[in-house]
Write a protein that binds this ligand. Structure first.
Ligand code: FE2
Length: 325
């Protein structure tokens, strides 16, 4: 069956189409982020202006007509309210126009399932790291089949922390790859390291890094910030691996594109004879294909939704979602 998925959590408006898991199209347009970050209403306006064109691009890429689509999925959350609303509305209009079932998809589940599918993983421990999210997750069967959160950030996502630091250090453009470049050949100095069990926090580290810019070079501060925050993620993931006894580790989300984080996670997995996988960058970035993939699994496993469930939820937690496939 052909399923069209719409993603609009943050700066990306993405539309993907899949057919029995095979990705036929993955189109997107991204709000151009200036160095002061995103204003949700402005991003939502961008999505509104581009929604119809991206849907058309995806249909063209797939070679299918709109009347050949069998179901529609959209991102219910978590994400920025105004942005989610636009994707929700676009999906609703499309499904009403062609009388198609509509599936509300959790964004994190999209990143996880498309990566599992790409590498044919069975039961990985997941490190999901992006701008707004940082979680260690794994599939459990009780009290219902779902992704349990073994550990997570108590404050901000690691991507937000890195972007905030980049702005404080006047790095342009202000995001992770620029910080990684600045960190090359940096020297380490000690920073606050906060892991509680499998949970962690980043705001104390960010404040320390920002203050350190007065006494240390950008290069050394960027390096120390990266090493400390990535080590925190590795420690939390390592503890979850030992607890869950899972033998596959996968990283997904925007920050999983970091070369240094991949290197550290790969070493850690190797220490425990586990295999390590990183999502392809096309799927680490927000995209519509991952929403289509999950929507298809939801539909194929018999899930159906009435109007009451077809909402958005800015804080839609992955551990509340029943995995029915
Ligand atoms: Fe994402």
């Amino acid at each position: 069956m052909a399923v069209l998925g719409i993603e609009s959590t943050a700066h990306t408006f993405g539309v993907g189409i899949c057919d029995n898991g095979r990705i036929l199209a993955n189109q997107k347009r991204m709000y151009p982020i200036k160095d002061r970050g995103m204003i949700p209403v402005q991003v939502a306006n961008f999505h509104m202006r581009n929604a119809a064109a991206v849907i058309k691009d995806a249909l063209d890429e797939s070679g299918l007509g709109a009347n050949q689509i069998d179901a529609v999925g959209y991102t219910k959350g978590p994400g920025l309210g105004p942005c989610l609303s636009v994707g929700h509305m676009a999906a609703k209009l499309f499904s009403a126009r062609y009388r198609l079932p509509l599936m509300p998809v959790n964004h994190a589940l999209g990143h996880i399932e498309i990566t599992k599918q790409a590498f044919k993983l069975k039961d990985p421990l997941v490190l999901y790291v992006s701008g707004g999210n940082s979680q260690v997750l794994g599939l459990v069967e009780r009290p219902f089949r779902h992704y349990q959160v073994y550990g997570e950030t108590f404050d901000i996502g690691i991507g937000n922390m890195i972007d905030n630091f980049a702005r404080a250090a006047h790095l342009v453009p202000a995001w992770g790859s620029t910080v990684a470049k600045a960190a090359e050949h940096g020297r380490y100095f000690e920073m606050p390291y906060t892991v509680k069990g499998m949970d962690f926090t980043f705001t104390g580290l960010l404040t320390h890094a920002e203050k350190s810019l007065k006494s240390h070079s950008v290069k050394d501060t960027a390096y120390s910030l990266q090493e400390t925050s990535f080590a925190m993620l590795c420690e939390a993931a390592e503890r979850a691996m030992l607890l869950s006894k899972k033998k596959e580790l996968m990283a997904c989300g925007g920050v999983a594109q970091s070369k240094r984080l991949k290197e550290m996670l790969g070493m850690m997995a190797g220490d425990h004879d586990a295999r390590f996988f990183v999502s392809p960058n096309e799927f680490n970035a927000d995209n519509g294909a991952m929403i289509a993939v999950v929507a298809e699994k939801m539909h194929m496993s018999g899930q159906r939704y009435g109007a009451r469930a077809l909402t958005i939820n800015q804080r839609y937690r992955v551990d509340t979602v029943k995995v029915t496939w």
